[in-house]
Design a protein. Structure first.
Length: 236
């Protein structure tokens, strides 16, 4: 009984404390921007062919349209803000976010090239969501409930409080999630649930996800993958 009563109070304090810490982190984690304006055409060339002879570009995994490969957990890039993509590439390049796949590619890029490729993918229209299997309707309904209302009995706050009611996100603080790969989202949630922070921005998510059950994580990931894009950018 004591634990149940505490779970109603603690999440709000926990989120408020994490938000305060992230206020300073957001400023510190901002990527340094090159003086020149971003060049999406140069970014397209990087996405297509990379920057070193004999190496593939970003499109080998994320595709030229930024759709990723949802079935195998390769995330969609189209629809993210350029600032968020720059931030994450900067984390990979400086080993602030570990990845045996992304870190070597990010290290090849100059700050200007990071800016250009981020501008290219940020300017692409989002692909339509993956077609949902009707057999998963109950799972997605549960995911919608957790995303919008949380699970207060477990101390889980509503995901939409930061990521927006339609999963549209809040820039570098809380990225756009609508239409994202369910396997990718589930993998990230499980890592945060285990206490991994992933990158300097991950403290908030590690705090929020630790109380989620695996079934709720699966449900939220499935629901988010089914969401349509709340808005589309102009194709480059």
């Amino acid at each position: 009984m004591h634990q149940a009563a505490g779970s109603i109070i603690r999440p709000g304090w926990r989120r408020a404390g994490a938000l305060a810490l992230l206020g300073a982190t957001l400023l510190a984690a901002r990527p340094s921007r090159a003086a020149d304006a971003p060049d999406p055409a140069a970014g397209r060339a990087i996405a297509e062919s990379g920057v070193l002879t004999g190496h593939v570009g970003c499109s080998a995994c994320h595709l030229m349209n930024g759709a990723g490969q949802p079935d195998v957990g390769i995330p969609r890039l189209a629809g993210f803000t350029a600032a968020y993509l720059e931030q994450q590439l900067g984390f990979f390049a400086t080993d602030k976010r570990a990845s045996i796949w992304m870190a070597p590619y990010a290290r090849m890029l100059t700050p200007k090239q990071i800016q250009d490729v981020a501008a290219y993918y940020a300017g692409l229209p989002e692909p339509p969501p993956v077609e949902s299997d009707p057999a998963g309707d109950a799972l997605r309904a549960r995911g919608k409930e957790v995303f919008q209302k949380g699970n207060m009995s477990k101390g889980v706050m509503p995901c939409g409080g930061c990521h927006g009611p339609a999963g549209q996100g809040m820039g570098t603080f809380a990225p756009h999630l609508a239409g994202q790969s369910a396997p990718y989202l589930l993998e990230q949630l499980r890592h945060w649930h285990q206490g991994r922070q992933r990158d300097p921005m991950g403290k908030m998510m590690a705090t929020e996800a630790h109380a989620m059950t695996d079934s709720d994580m699966q449900a939220v990931a499935s629901y988010l993958q089914s969401l349509p894009a709340p808005g589309a950018g102009g194709a480059k």
